[in-house]
Design a protein around this ligand. Sequence first.
Ligand code: GLN
Length: 517
Amino acid sequence: MDQQALESQEQLWGHPKGLYVLFMTEMWERFSYYGMRGLLTIYMAAELSDARGAGLGWTDAESLKLYGWYTMLVYVMSIPGGLIADKLIGQKKSVLIGAIILVAGHGVLAIDATWAFFTGLILVILGVGMLKPNISTMVGGLYSKNDIRRDKGFSIFYIGINLGSLIATTVVGLVVLKWGWHAGFGLAGIGMALGLIVYIYGQKYLTHVGNKTNEVEMKDQVKLTQLFSELVGSPVPLAIVTGLIAASIYFGGFVMTGIDHWGYAILFVFLSFVVGMLMMIYKNLRSQIEKDRFLVVLLSFFLVIVFWGAFEQAGGLMNLYAEDKTDRMLLGWQVPTIWFQSLNAGFIILFAVMVANFWANRKMKSKEASSLFKMATGTIIMGLGFVFMVFAVRDHQANGSSAMYWLVLAYFFHTIGELCSSPVSLSFVTKLAPVRYASLMMGLYFASTGLGNKVAGLIGENASHFGDYTIFAGIVVFTVIFGLGVIALLKPLKRLTHGAEDKEGSTDDEAEGFELA
Ligand code: GLN
């Protein structure tokens, strides 16, 4: 990245102006995503005779199943989305193409026909895959290698994400009540169109970020085909990948039951290929520093899966808990269940800057504030939020219904945990990934969140078997132990980063082999 171009960026409120262009674009993209996602299950489960227009009339189980696959696939598609950016067209163009596909996808969903429903979903999956990882990598590209503002920049960007989600969940529901489902889907499309317009008009602030990796960086870039032909010639990796593929077909296709078992088989086979590709990329990296950083980013994705696997109970179990077991009467009026879904976004907008400042201050005082520490702490704080769900269950058992404040407290802890972890992970990936694989790594990050979503769904599906108490208490124990485990291993893990975060705030360019996305 051209240091001079970075230094000459126009600034606004202490950050490059490009940040606000990306903020607004992502805000509208998330508006469309969450607006549509909020409608999805209820539209699928609604009767043909529904007052809001004909639904699809599916059972709850069928709707939830498709929802689970959908929310996972949008993020898993970030892997090809990242690869296309790295290998072919750069992040900036990928975001543009993603935004256009998304406008088309949400537009098609506005049409009242079954073919339109499935076509729209596929387009949205492809569009998010192209846009989401690449716009996040571009945020990292706005800051120079040692810029201490990077984490805060991501926190501001994260506010944009949640502003979009908050507006969507409030407005889209009202539109559907008045004009029906397809008006709601169409509104998501209009939001995305606004995002596209902002992005196109804001290009002048993004001239130096998200471009195709330059020739110098690309010179030992390895082609995908070459990676796979190398894989075929490497006995150990090949044996591992073949084993994984065989296991995927066996478990997915034959051991798992239910209508979607072959879906799992395909997913696992795809992931086996991804593992093979990663092994070959690792082998081809230039230095031990690059290799170690690549490895530590991949390891951090386990934390990401655990985090989202627990966190995403919000839309499942916790939502049902709010609906069925919580006394929602407030001064003689019943609070709508869906409002609890807005708490997370609302808390983020209120507390994002505070949490970012807290960590920045710690860093200034040279106290532990590495990304891995923040991610682990975030996972523990989020996990502790489930303690309040355990209290809620006890309250329900004793009194027949549980108080609303348990849910509010749980969501509060979840949000503070998310703020410690999620924007930080984005920043971490852009700091450590080798430039020429920056978007792929970001794609893998989002794919991990997608797998976390799937795990959350699986936990939710089994809740009736184990009971709420066991599930919530189990999540507390698992996340806290996992987070503490990462903190115990912090030293060796940080060694793998080779000081990538030690020089932040200094003007010293000599941080070991530092690369910037
Ligand atoms: N809520 C965040 C977003 O929409 C995080 C989603 C995720 O990482 N899976 O960007």
